[in-house]
Design a binder for this molecule. Structure first.
Ligand SMILES: *[C@@H]1O[C@H](CO)[C@@H](O)[C@H](O)[C@H]1NC(C)=O
Ligand SMILES: [Ca+2]
Ligand SMILES: [Ca+2]
Length: 348
C-alpha cells in the first residue's frame, strides 16, 4: 500500500515536472512566436514596422542563466552579423511540396548574430563540464544511429525501429559522447558537430551562453548568404569546379557511400568554405534545430514538432534532396539522432 502511494506520488511529481518544463519552453516560445507568425509562412504581408520580427535576448536569458552574461560584443565572438533588412525566403519551385517549402515570400528581420559554425563536441563538453547538464538521450538511454556506421555484428542484433527508414537503429546508450553507441567515443572528433542532442538540449546550451536558437527565417536568410533565389549557400551548382562545399552522401543510399566529399559521417565544423556571411556547413554535415514550431501553413505559437534545416551527411538527391536553403523537416523537441545538431543565434 505504502509503496503504491509512493509510486503514485512519483508519477504525480513527474507529471508536474513535465508540465512545468513544457510551460517554460512554451513561455519562451511565446516571446518569439510573433516572429514565427510574421516571418515564417506569411506571404508578402509586410506593411509597416509593426510587422518586423524582433527577438529579444531577454526571452531566453531569463530561463537559464550563467552567473553573468558577457556583453553582446563578447558573446558574439565567432558569430556573423546579419544586418536588418527585407529578405526573400522559401521557393516557388518546391521539391517537397508537402514540406511547405513554398511559397517564396518576403520577411523583414532585425539584425542578428549567428554562429559561424555548428556547435562542436569540444564546445558542448565545456558546457557539460561547467553545468553537469545531462542530455535527453542520456536520460532516455538510447538514440538513433545510422546502421551503416555500425559493425555488422552489432547491426544484425538490433530490431528495425522505423519501417520506412530501416537504416535508423535505436541504439542503447548512444549519446553525444558515444555517437555510435557505448563502444564509440569522441577521440579525434572534438572539432566535429555535437550530435544526439535534442531541441531541448540545444536550447539549454544556447541559453547558457546567453544565446538562443535562430528562428527558421533567420536560419534560412543566413543560409542564403545574401544571394537571392539560389538552391545552395553559394549558388545553384552543387559542385562548383568539381569541389565539394558541403558534406552530404555520394553513391547509392543507403548501401554504398563513396565519400567523394571526403567524409562518411560528420566532418569538422571548420571544414568546407564559408558562404558570403562567413558561415560554414549551413547545408549538410548535420541538420540544425531552429526555434520554430513546425507547420506547413502559418507559423504557429505551439505545436508538437520543431523545424530543422539544412540536411545532413546522410542526404542524397535520390531520397533526401533537402540540402537546400529552402528545404525543411521536423522532429519532436525530445528527439535525438546521429545527424542532428545545431548552432546558436543572438539578437543585437
Ligand atoms: C559503390 O559505388 C561505386 C560507384 O558507383 C562502385 O564503383 C563500387 O563498386 C560500389 N561498391 C559496392 C560495394 O557496391
Ligand atoms: Ca559525405
Ligand atoms: Ca549543417
Amino acid at each position: 500500500m505504502r509503496s503504491l502511494r509512493l509510486l503514485v506520488c512519483a508519477f504525480v511529481l513527474l507529471a508536474l515536472y513535465r508540465v512545468a518544463r513544457s510551460f517554460k519552453y512554451e513561455h519562451s516560445n511565446q516571446q518569439l512566436s510573433h516572429c514565427a507568425q510574421r516571418s515564417n509562412r506569411q506571404i508578402n504581408k509586410l506593411k509597416d514596422t509593426q510587422d518586423h520580427c524582433s527577438v529579444t535576448n531577454d526571452a531566453v536569458s531569463r530561463l537559464y542563466t550563467k552567473e553573468t552574461f558577457d556583453s553582446v560584443t563578447d558573446r558574439s565572438k565567432h558569430m556573423s552579423k546579419v544586418d536588418a533588412g527585407t529578405f526573400v525566403i522559401g521557393t516557388d519551385e518546391p521539391i517537397f511540396f508537402a514540406d511547405g517549402e513554398g511559397p517564396k515570400r518576403q520577411v523583414y528581420l532585425d539584425s542578428f548574430y549567428i554562429d559561424e559554425q555548428e556547435v562542436s563536441n569540444g564546445e558542448f563538453t565545456a558546457f557539460v563540464d561547467a553545468t553537469g547538464y545531462r542530455t535527453e538521450a542520456e536520460s532516455f538511454g538510447d538514440s538513433f544511429v545510422f546502421g551503416g556506421l555500425l559493425k555488422k555484428e552489432v547491426r544484425s542484433k538490433v530490431p528495425v525501429a522505423v519501417a520506412q527508414a530501416p537504416w535508423w537503429l535505436q541504439i542503447k546508450n548512444a549519446d553525444w559522447k558515444h555517437p555510435e553507441g557505448p563502444a564509440s567515443d569522441l577521440a579525434h572528433r572534438m572539432d566535429h558537430p555535437v550530435v544526439h542532442v535534442s531541441w531541448n538540449d540545444a536550447f539549454a546550451y544556447c541559453a547558457w551562453l546567453g544565446k538562443r536558437l535562430p528562428t527558421e527565417a533567420e536560419w534560412e536568410v543566413a543560409c542564403r548568404g545574401g544571394l537571392s533565389d539560389r538552391l545552395y549557400p553559394w549558388g545553384n551548382n552543387l559542385i562548383p569546379n568539381g569541389r565539394y562545399r558541403a558534406n552530404i552522401w555520394q553513391g547509392d543510399f543507403p548501401s554504398n557511400n563513396t565519400k567523394e566529399d571526403g567524409y562518411e559521417s560528420t566532418s569538422p565544423v571548420t571544414e568546407f568554405p564559408p558562404n558570403k556571411y562567413g558561415l560554414r556547413n549551413m547545408i549538410g554535415n548535420v541538420w540544425e534545430w531552429t526555434f520554430d514550431w513546425w507547420s506547413v501553413d502559418s507559423g504557429p505559437s505551439h505545436g508538437s514538432d520543431k523545424v530543422k534545416k539544412g540536411g545532413s551527411y546522410l542526404c542524397h538527391k535520390s531520397y533526401c534532396f533537402r540540402y537546400r536553403c529552402a528545404a525543411r523537416s521536423q522532429n519532436t523537441p525530445d528527439t535525438s539522432s546521429g545527424n542532428l545538431g545545431f548552432r546558436c543565434a543572438l539578437s543585437v
